[in-house]
Design a binder for this molecule. Structure first.
Ligand code: NA7
Length: 526
């Protein structure tokens, strides 16, 4: 029996395995994909790329890895990211403890023996003292039911299940359903060569310019030299990104100063406008409205047809209150003669036909349908495994009214089980690898103490969950429907849920450091 069984061989699982080995714990990984890489293995759709600066997203734990890897662009594309993660798996000899192509279906805790039994879809049973869920936050695709799809004669895919062999889009008639971060990336790419691109938009999103560029030799040398500073900066920013909140308030500075700052941020790459803005724009609706008005002006200036521009301007939420897609010429796509924008709120989809998609306004002939329709986010990956804790209680039942966690890492009634990217921990709202490294290290330090049973108390869980609700209530995103609040798919639309820890990465690190330094209060250790 291994000390630790890790589910998932993405960014979290790979590092968790490495860290366990370094701590002297025996560990193995079970991964459903036929390759390591998690998110970057599955999301192969054209245009998939980083929204974080490549050098802020990379692992920071190994100087040798930092020294030998070279990113080609400030925001690397999916093939390069996947190459990187494969390289990590090889470089640290991780593959010998990873089983690929096997999906875990259930996990049950045995209190007498103090171990987990984990069953998989190949019939295998594994046992381990500790269970680490490295299953990601965005790993269960949300595929809406589209009547008639079985009769559709073309090809159709969810973006997170895009085939390995390239799907030729050039000269094809392509429909993209969904305009989140994924849809925006795909639409830009498809528009380049598709004979006709039909974008089916239900909700417009506020998009910021990505401003990607290649990394030349001089830049590469500078980035290498400053890598420690880059990671130190990320540890000290709200979202673990390079971009830090400005101390000023949008509602206090003069309108001229405000607009000048918005222009400055708009000209910067990445999440500058979202994560580096005035400190009140994501919490105060009045401040937020100034930014939304600024961004609406940018959209109107870039889209030639005023009616199309109005459809692309979000009217039901403010800038940054949902995940901001990053774009590179996205709005100009709608000036192209081969691109149509269909507003599904005006003209909903009725059905798929053998040759395309019918909306209430008419029929669109298409060869390929791409569902960029997002994920059953954050709790979906937990729900799809039948996880049973003390007395056979199911995790899905315990979380039926929203997740309950302690520190976003443990759950009362589920001893020796930890999640790396789960509800109520900073990682789901973070430059993922920064929070992942932190969480993996924290969890491994706890496991390495050698306790046979580690379980969050119900009291500590109630307090932490309440704190997460308080943090979320301060943020405008909690008043908006999106995957941040679990309101992005049918069946979850009865109420908004607090899925994210919104206290910021620095506060999260402080809290966890305090807990570790004081002997892990809130956990029963034996
Ligand atoms: P998102 O951000 O959840 O976006 C999904 C999009 O799909 C969004 O525009 C949805 O519209 C749309 N959608 C979902 N279901 C439907 C149906 N039934 N009909 C029409 N349109 C639909 O997922 P992404 O993959 O883009 O991004 C997820 C994360 O991946 C992103 O935040 C990054 O962290 C990387 P809606 O807004 O719900 O009206």
């Amino acid at each position: 029996m291994d000390d630790v069984l890790i589910i998932g061989a993405g960014m979290s699982g790979l590092y968790q395995l490495h860290r366990c080995r370094r701590a002297g714990l025996s560990a193995s990984v079970v991964e459903s994909g036929d390759e390591v890489g998690g998110t970057w293995h599955w999301n192969r759709y054209p245009g998939a790329r980083f929204d974080s600066e490549s050098y802020s997203y990379a692992y920071s734990f190994s100087q040798e890895l930092l020294d030998e890897w070279r990113w080609s662009e400030h925001f690397a594309g999916q093939p390069e990211v996947l190459r990187y993660l494969r390289h990590v798996a090889d470089r640290f000899d991780l593959r010998r403890d990873i089983t690929l192509g096997v999906r875990v279906t259930s996990a049950a805790w045995h209190d007498g023996e103090r171990c987990w039994t984990v069953a998989s879809d190949d019939g295998s049973i594994r046992r381990a003292r500790y269970l680490v869920l490295a299953i990601g936050a965005l790993s269960v695709p949300n595929l809406p039911s589209l009547p008639g799809i079985e009769r559709f004669g073309g090809r159709w895919f969810h973006t997170a299940q895009w085939p390995r062999e390239p799907v030729p889009l050039d000269g094809s008639r392509v429909a993209v359903i969904g305009t989140g971060a994924t849809g925006v990336q795909l639409i830009q790419e498809a528009a380049k060569t598709a004979a006709r691109l039909t974008v089916l938009q239900r909700t417009a999103n506020w998009c910021s310019p990505l401003r990607n560029s290649p990394i030349d030799n001089t830049m590469h040398a500078a980035l290498r030299e400053h890598s420690a500073e880059i990671f130190a900066r990320c540890r000290n920013t709200f979202g673990g990104f390079l971009h830090d909140t400005d101390r000023r308030k949008a509602t206090v500075v003069s309108p001229e100063e405000r607009t000048a700052f918005y222009e400055e941020l708009y000209a910067r790459p990445g999440f500058a406008l979202w994560m580096g803005n005035f400190r009140d724009v994501l919490v105060d609706p009045v401040a937020n409205a100034t930014l939304s008005t600024f961004m609406a002006g940018k959209i109107r200036a870039r889209v030639h047809d005023p009616a199309v521009a109005e459809r692309l301007i979000p009217h039901n939420h403010g800038y940054g209150t949902r995940r901001v897609p990053l774009e590179n010429g996205y709005y100009e796509v709608y000036n192209q003669p081969n691109v149509d924008l269909v507003d599904l709120r005006e003209t909903p989809i009725l059905e798929a036909t053998p040759t395309g998609i019918t909306t209430t306004a008419g029929h669109h002939e298409v060869d390929v349908i791409a569902f960029a329709t997002g994920f059953d986010a954050v709790t979906g990956p937990f729900d799809r495994i039948d996880i049973r804790g003390l007395d056979g209680v199911r995790l899905a039942e315990q979380w039926a009214d929203g997740p309950l966690t302690y520190l976003g890492l443990g759950t009362a009634g589920f001893p020796n089980m930890f999640s790396i990217v789960g509800p109520h921990n900073a990682a789901a709202f973070c430059n993922m690898p920064r929070c992942i490294e932190h969480n993996v290290e924290w969890v491994t330090d706890l496991l390495a103490l050698g306790h046979t049973r580690v379980c969050a108390t119900a009291e500590a869980q109630a307090e932490w969950t309440a704190e997460c609700h308080l943090f979320a209530a301060r943020m405008q995103f909690s008043k908006t429907d999106s995957w941040f609040t679990g309101r992005n798919r049918p069946g979850r639309d009865e109420q908004r849920t607090v899925l994210l820890y919104a206290g910021g990465f620095p506060t999260y690190q402080e809290r966890l450091a305090e807990v570790a330094a004081s002997g892990y209060p809130g956990f029963e250790l034996s």
